[in-house]
Design a protein around this ligand. Structure first.
Ligand code: TPP
Ligand code: MG
Length: 920
């Protein structure tokens, strides 16, 4: 029985319905008989022959095995009529091509800012069909389709926006020169840089694809939870074939298949080339991708051949042409592009039978037999079929030519990097007395004219040679047509909704529970504190339903199961089984209205969900508030590029780095123990990173964070580390709220009677407890007074200090601004010692503002498995090391005797001669 993965996926894992059991039984009986009498090999042969027969009789229609023949999936008979004006659309497309090319060529005449011509050249038809017939714009009634444009194709999008009158010539002149007066155009899609144009960043290969899948899934979530009407919204993603090698590109396609995301369409531009050369020179990328996608439950539509091939395939009675199409590898197909018609006749049509098939065609006609992606009818048919397909996401695999129509670049391995046009000058033109500059000018002018002629652009030689931008008059048929089409489709695309509508603030009551602290002896970890907080905030009348908890298969580690039961895990299909823990308080409850996104072991996917949820304020006008909780080690380090893309997307929300710290997640060892994510968080300009020590700090930061992002409209996101160590949580002291948010506040002062010396101790996260313990030892054993501060955010302290420093530097005649960290510490006495579960470099960020008083300890080096106590001693961040550091710092100021420090090292049980912890 042939059961293809495709058939299985379409039928929820059940076998297709048997509409004629009698006939089935006869077939099965025959096969039984073959196996009995002829053996398994004979059965295998017969099956193979059957498959070949099916493939021939219904090419591309029936999936027997995971791939179909190397022909278009949609047969000519099922191709719909093309609804547009083909001639006009071609003229518009040619103009878009011209301006896109001119923009890059211009930019590189006088600068070295770069740009890409070949990518859009190969994809122009793919985008123009979308623009004239499919991509919906944003209207009052419809949020518009979301299109993840291939990053390197951006000149094409700018060029179209220029024709649409949305960008002027000045902007085009400043492509990749964003700091010029009047503004420029960003190299690639960057919502941060062009907030009312680009919706999502895509240029880091693989991120657009994975984000598009989770965006499509999040649209289902919004619909099923009644938060937004998303049924009619389509997510389009444009990918390069080379891009598919990125693990992020294909890593989540199973999710889209499983969840039947038929609101998702991918268009993979298979120009067979990436940056350096062929994507699969020795194979066939389209066939490889077809198998992968079909296996993952996608609807696959191949657009390989243009209409010129249809009569040839029709005349191919023996299947010889189809076989030849299949046996030629991509490397050879590339050669045909550059070698011309005679070569194609000789080497592709390489048998008398094949040669006979094309004897009526000239060499030029052979060279012009188009690939499917340059044929609007074929592309339109594929898009239409994709948008009408139910129950599966669709991938359209389109064969094109990289650098299509670009003189000197078409089909060449160098096409990707081409920034100008080249041609070989004719003998007569190649005058030996010409200077190189004149020669270059001549080459460019000749190439531009070739481009003009190929695409029949109405440009004079003079316009052409100067590479001038071209826009027909507003009342020209081209511009009128283009506007009519976009009007029908609802408006322009891409456009980003840059209007943020604030929501009502959460009731402060939701945060109160954590402010009171825990009962003595009944400690709590900050991670569990977060779970407690979530359970309150998710019931808040204003923001409760907007909270989107996201977790990648670590919920049990973080104590989340009670949330599974009360809020449910979102599933597009609900729960078709009884969970084994049914009825318990921690029941694994899946539901179509569940609020939690449980992503499986998939930090990249979870991050993509975070982006979808954290940008819904823009895409859908819904202020969903994602809280993505994960092992802190597997965040910035593992999916840092997605976090960067989230920031670029102007994403809001909370990243919760759980089981944080190099010594606190004590048993898990080197790969799990995070002592540096805070340094990485600081590198993301819109990320506000906090390392709270107590439940009340967490509550204050989360409340202020929600208000900052969703009520006051600040464009940022938060990173909070939470730990899995339980200890008594104090109640919030008076007057510390502001300090918690600004990154530093004094928590406790101890001044023993007659104290002559004083130190300031900074602690963060759980390691604040070590600072407190050191404070007690310093007071009791050494008579030293101290104040312990909770340093909740070195990032926030640093950014404030940088802003003050910059202001002071540039405004020498105005009153100096004092960084907040100085406002708190400058007037205090004695040295400042900092300790945390993070690297020394973190507290040292504020060192320059503390008059040389800071001595930072930290967990530098690889983690390892041990008890917390042993690890904190190992990394020299525990109370005893803080004590010695404080006495050393006093000795450095001449306030303590060095011999007494040596004694303290012995008293504290420290080994002075062990190697640096970061070297072992
Ligand atoms: C993560 C990442 N790695 C490398 C690059 C550099 N890069 C930009 S485009 C490109 C080749 C793209 O080839 P393909 O995906 O086939 O797109 P095409 O231009 O052929 O349509 C590469 C390697 C990148 N942008 N992102
Ligand atoms: Mg490519």
């Amino acid at each position: 029985m042939l059961v293809t993965p495709d058939a299985l996926a379409r039928r929820d894992g059940r076998l297709p319905e048997d509409i004629d059991p009698q006939e089935t039984a006869e077939w099965l009986d025959s096969m039984e008989a073959v196996i009995r009498h002829g053996g398994a090999d004979r059965a295998q042969f017969l099956l193979g022959s059957l498959i070949a027969q099916v493939a021939k009789s219904a090419p591309g229609r029936m999936s027997v095995g995971v791939t179909t023949p190397y022909v278009n999936t949609i047969p000519v008979e099922e191709q719909p009529d093309f609804p547009g004006d083909r001639a006009l659309e071609r003229r518009i497309k040619s103009i878009v091509r011209w301006n896109a090319m001119a923009m890059v060529v211009k930019a590189n005449k006088t600068t070295n800012v770069g740009g890409h011509i070949a990518t859009f050249a190969s994809a122009a038809t793919l985008y123009e069909i979308g623009q004239n017939h499919f991509f919906r714009g944003r209207t009052e009634a419809h949020p518009g389709d979301v299109v993840f444009y291939q990053g390197h194709a951006s000149p094409g999008m700018y060029s179209r926006a220029f024709l649409e009158g949305r960008l002027d010539e000045g902007r085009l002149n400043n492509f990749r020169q964003e700091l010029q007066p009047g503004g420029g155009l960003s190299s690639y899609p960057h919502p941060w840089l062009m907030p009312d144009f680009w919706q999502y960043p895509t240029v880091s290969m693989g991120l657009g694809p994975i984000m598009s899948i989770y965006h499509a899934r999040f649209n289902r979530y919004l619909r099923d939870r009644g938060l937004a009407r998303t049924d009619d919204v389509r997510i389009w993603a444009y990918l390069g074939d080379g891009e598919c090698d990125e693990p992020e590109s294909l890593g989540a396609i199973g999710q889209a298949g499983r969840e039947k995301l038929d609101n998702l369409t991918w268009v993979i531009n298979c120009n067979l080339q990436r940056l350096d050369g062929p994507v699969r020179g020795n194979g066939k990328i389209i066939q490889e991708l077809e198998g992968i996608f079909r296996g993952a439950g996608w609807n696959v539509i191949k657009v390989i051949w243009g209409s010129d091939w249809d009569p040839l395939l029709k005349a191919d009675h023996t299947g010889a042409l189809q076989r030849r199409m299949m046996e030629v590898v991509d490397g050879e197909y590339q050669e045909y592009i550059i070698k011309g018609g005679a070569f194609i006749r000789e080497y592709f049509f390489n048998t008398p039978e094949l040669k006979a098939l094309v004897e009526h065609l000239t060499d030029d006609q052979l060279a012009n037999l188009k690939r499917g992606g340059h044929d609007p009818r074929k592309v339109y048919a594929a898009y239409k079929a994709a948008t009408e397909h139910d129950g599966q996401p669709t991938v359209i695999l389109v064969k094109t030519v990289k650098g299509y129509g670009i003189p000197g670049a078409e089909g060449m391995n160098t096409a990707h990097q081409a920034k100008k046009l080249t041609v070989k000058l004719e003998a007569g033109e190649n005058d030996l007395t010409m200077t190189q500059a004149d020669k270059d000018k001549k080459i460019l002018a000749t190439a531009l004219k070739l481009f003009r002629d190929r695409f029949a652009l109405p440009l004079t030689d003079k316009q052409c040679e100067s590479g001038a931008f071209y826009r027909p008059a507003d009342d020209s048929p081209e511009i009128r047509y283009l506007h009519d089409r976009r009007r029908v489709l609802g408006g322009f695309n891409p456009t980003r909704n840059n209007v943020f509508t604030p929501c009502a603030p959460p009731d402060p009551k939701a945060f109160e529970r954590l402010l009171g602290g825990t009962q003595a002896g009944k400690g709590q970890s900050t991670t569990l504190g977060w779970v407690t907080l979530m359970q309150q905030v998710m019931k808040d009348p204003n923001v409760g339903k907007l909270i989107v908890p996201i977790v990648p298969d670590e919920g049990q580690t973080f104590g989340m199961p009670p949330m599974y039961k009360s809020f449910g895990i979102y599933s597009t299909v609900g729960q078709g089984y009884n969970p084994v823990d049914k009825g318990s308080l921690t029941e694994y409850r899946e539901s179509t209205t569940g609020q939690i996104l449980q992503e499986g072991i998939n930090e990249a996917g979870a991050m993509a969900s975070f982006v979808a949820a954290g940008t819904a304020y823009s895409t859908h006008g819904v202020n969903t508030i994602p809280f993505y909780i994960y092992y802190s080690m597997f965040g910035f380090q593992r999916v840092g590029d997605l976090i960067w893309a989230a920031a670029d997307s102007r994403c809001r929300g909370f990243l919760m780095g759980a089981t944080a710290g190099r010594t606190t997640l004590n048993g898990e060892g080197l790969q799990h123990e995070d002592g540096h994510s805070h340094l990485m968080a600081m590198t993301v300009p819109t990320c506000r990173a906090y390392d709270p020590a107590f439940g009340f700090e967490l509550a204050v930061i989360v409340e202020d964070g929600i208000n900052a992002m969703y009520v006051r409209g600040e464009e940022c996101f938060y990173y909070l580390t939470v730990y899995n160590e339980s200890y008594d949580m104090p109640a919030m002291p008076e007057g510390v709220r502001d300090g918690i948010i600004k990154g530093l506040y004094p928590f406790k002062t101890v001044r023993p009677d007659g104290a002559k010396h004083e130190v300031q101790l900074l602690g963060s996260g759980v390691i604040l407890n070590e600072a407190l313990r050191a404070q007690a030892i310093l007071a009791e054993k050494y008579g030293v007074a101290s104040t312990v501060y909770s340093a909740t955010s070195y990032t926030v302290l640093k950014r404030d200090a940088l802003a003050c420093e910059r202001f002071n530097r540039l405004h020498p005649d105005q009153p100096r601004r004092e960084p907040y960290v100085r406002q708190v510490l400058a007037k205090t006495n004695g040295p400042i010692v900092a300790t945390s579960d993070y690297m020394r470099a973190l507290p040292e960020l504020v060192g320059p503002y503390l008059d040389g008083r800071l001595l930072a300890l930290g967990a530098d080096g690889f983690g390892r498995s041990e008890t917390r106590k042993a690890l904190r001693r190992f990394f020299e961040i525990d109370a005893e090391n803080v004590v010695v550091a404080a006495l050393t710092a006093l000795a450095n100021r001449g306030e303590w005797d060095r011999a007494a420090v040596a004694q303290a090292i012995a008293d504290m049980g420290l080994n002075a001669d062990r190697p640096d912890p970061w070297t072992v």
